[in-house]
Ligand binder design. Structure first.
Ligand code: ADP
Length: 577
């Protein structure tokens, strides 16, 4: 069935209103008219006029998304403290106005700072940006939701250089807590972001503030012992609409004695399943401790080049041959990955040997240390200067391609991936959202503002060559039928599961491409769910129906929702609740 982001939102609202009416429950109506006016009047003295955006232009700009459509907010409000959040929630609860919380709203490709349904007031928590505590000995920090990867990293580098925080390959301006609450994945051994949160402060939909973990107010283990006393409530606040997290503890990684990153380029595509099985084996043995980015050739093209519309030859997508030829020009094979090794010097040396044994028979392996990266950067700068001089260009090309067996484009990626694997964020990778734009900015990267089109589809599979291969085989014909090239980035979320991330890159100013992208997203979701694969994360367009295949689970979660949020004011529709 073709999927329609806008129509879908409407259907959901109608169904929910009917359900609520039959159950005799109050429903938060779209806050047009009187109740909304009243709410905004009461919100003003709480946060101050300059922290409320209601003008159409401002709301439109903040509501921009990379997906084809999302719900429209009526206002963006920027509280400055947890107490202000509590007061806002109480006003919304009293007047039955829906509130949609966002920390920074930079989850580009899933929904940014836009709600599932029209008519919500979006609470952006970016002014709550304090790093409250860093505990050196116990390697944790307590932070607020407005803290970004860039800010957190810079702070640790300056004040606690022996502690690393994790990051994503998304924007450095993303929220550390926002990403964790969406179960986002990072780059270092601490890349399970939700798994590394410990002890939260949460404002409930009725305005009370709770601290998770049980125990007394001065609980000594709040940020060191996750399970606390009694039921583990923390899980209720991830991918849900049961509370607004205003503070959380986050575990930090002690800087290892030694680190190196490494890249691998698969020689024969037929060996792909073997690579998945070898990665799992090494991860289960704790030799690889972090996410592996295993990407296909088309994904690599999106990183290092602009989409070559002129090579489509009248079709709506590039042929496999064209993709292969372009990728080969960059020295890229069908599949390649990057990851890191961590430990003592001795451990890293032994791990390198294990990696060589596992992967060298299947392709090209390159280990990169801080020292070799510096040499590589010096060399690539020299080669670049030679390339600019007509008489030396041929020598530069020969050394790059034949001696180093690489390309300037691959050399340009290395410093960014090497840094990312140490938790240092970079604008480089998120630039791929501009793949179908005329060019990509080097700084101030903001694909939502710049109207780029990208939908992330993120099914997750058990980590075997057979399962991962099955998901790709299921989805590839759907991409082809809708006239898109398949983009795949495989991410090992733990040693037993792999996210098979697929990107649908489309032009927002092209109605036909937008319609095909929308339809494809729905088809991918249907096909994978039928085959038994869930999504690790969904766009706001798909959220209302994401739990429909698990009716008992949805009903149980719904009962918790009704108990905690009797007026259904907090992010209605988020993840099907
Ligand atoms: P990022 O800026 O890191 O991409 P977002 O702020 O967009 O993260 O958060 C992703 C989603 O998670 C939001 O749309 C929101 O629904 C939810 N969320 C974010 N922060 C909070 C929070 N502090 N409390 C509850 N839910 C949150």
């Amino acid at each position: 069935m073709a999927f329609d982001f806008q129509r879908h939102t409407g259907e959901f609202e109608a169904r929910e209103a009917a359900n609520a009416a039959s159950a005799g429950e109050p429903v938060a109506q779209a806050p047009v008219g009187e109740r909304l006016q009243q709410a905004l009047i009461r919100i003003q003295p709480i946060v101050g006029e300059r922290h409320i955006v209601t003008d159409a232009g401002g709301v439109e700009e903040r509501g921009r998304v990379l997906i084809p459509a999302a719900g429209r907010a009526v206002a963006y409000v920027y509280p400055g403290s947890a107490e202000e959040v509590q007061q806002l929630v109480r006003v919304a609860d009293e007047l039955a106005i829906p509130l949609w919380p966002a920390s920074k709203g930079r989850n580009w490709g899933y929904g940014a700072a836009s709600p599932v349904r029209d008519g919500a007031i979006v609470l952006v928590l970016e002014r709550l940006n304090r790093i409250i505590e860093v505990h050196e000995e116990l390697a944790y920090a307590v932070i607020e939701p407005g803290v970004t990867y860039r800010q957190f990293n810079a702070y640790l580098k300056q004040h606690h250089p022996d502690l690393w925080c994790d990051t994503t390959d998304g924007t450095p301006e993303g929220s550390v807590i926002g990403n964790a609450l969406e179960k986002g994945i990072g780059e270092t051994p601490y890349g399970d972001h939700f798994g590394n949160l410990c002890g939260m402060e949460v404002v409930l939909p009725t305005g009370e503030l709770v601290r998770t973990g049980g125990g007394p107010a001065n609980l000594a283990t709040r940020h060191t012992y996750k399970w606390g006393t009694g039921p583990f409530l923390d899980g209720m606040f991830a991918q849900s609409n049961l509370g607004i997290v205003t503070r959380a503890g986050i575990w930090l990684m002690p800087r290892p004695e030694a680190f190196c990153s490494f890249t691998f380029a698969l020689e024969r595509e037929a060996d792909f399943p073997v690579i998945i099985d070898r990665l799992r084996d090494l991860a289960l043995k704790d030799i690889i401790q972090t996410k592996v980015h295993l990407i296909n050739d088309f994904a690599f093209l999106s990183l290092v080049s602009q989409y070559p519309f002129e090579l489509r030859n009248g079709a709506t997508r590039l042929s496999r041959d064209t993709i292969r030829r372009l990728a080969a020009g960059f020295g890229v094979t069908s599949w390649s990955f990057i990851t890191g090794l961590y430990g003592t010097r001795e451990e890293v040396r032994l791990k390198q040997a294990a990696i060589r044994r596992a992967f060298a028979p299947y392709g090209k392996l390159t280990f990169i240390t801080d020292d070799s990266l510096r040499r590589l950067q010096g060399l690539s700068a020299t080669l670049e200067r030679m390339r600019q001089r007509p008489r030396l260009r041929a020598i530069s090309e020969f050394v790059t391609r034949r001696v180093l067996r690489t390309s300037p484009e691959i050399l340009a990626v290395a410093p960014h991936s090497h840094a990312l694997l140490q938790g240092i964020p970079s604008d480089f990778f998120v630039g791929h959202a501009y793949f179908k734009a005329p060019s990509r900015p080097a700084t101030d990267v903001h694909p939502a503002r710049d109207q780029c089109g990208l939908i992330w589809f993120a099914p997750i599979a058990p980590m075997t060559g057979r399962h991962v291969g099955e998901v790709i085989a299921l989805c590839e014909p759907l991409f082809e039928r809708r006239g898109f090239e398949i983009y795949v980035a495989l991410m090992m979320i733990n040693p037993r599961s792999m996210v098979v991330l697929m990107g649908i890159f489309y032009r927002k100013d092209d109605p036909d491409e937008t319609a095909r992208a929308t339809a494809l997203y729905g088809e991918l979701s249907d096909a994978t769910l039928v085959a038994g694969y869930q999504q690790y994360r969904a766009t706001v367009g798909l959220m209302p129906q994401i739990l429909d295949t698990a009716p008992e689970f949805k009903a149980a979660a719904g009962r918790i929702k009704s108990a905690l949020d009797p007026n259904n004011i907090l992010a209605p529709g988020r993840y099907g609740l």
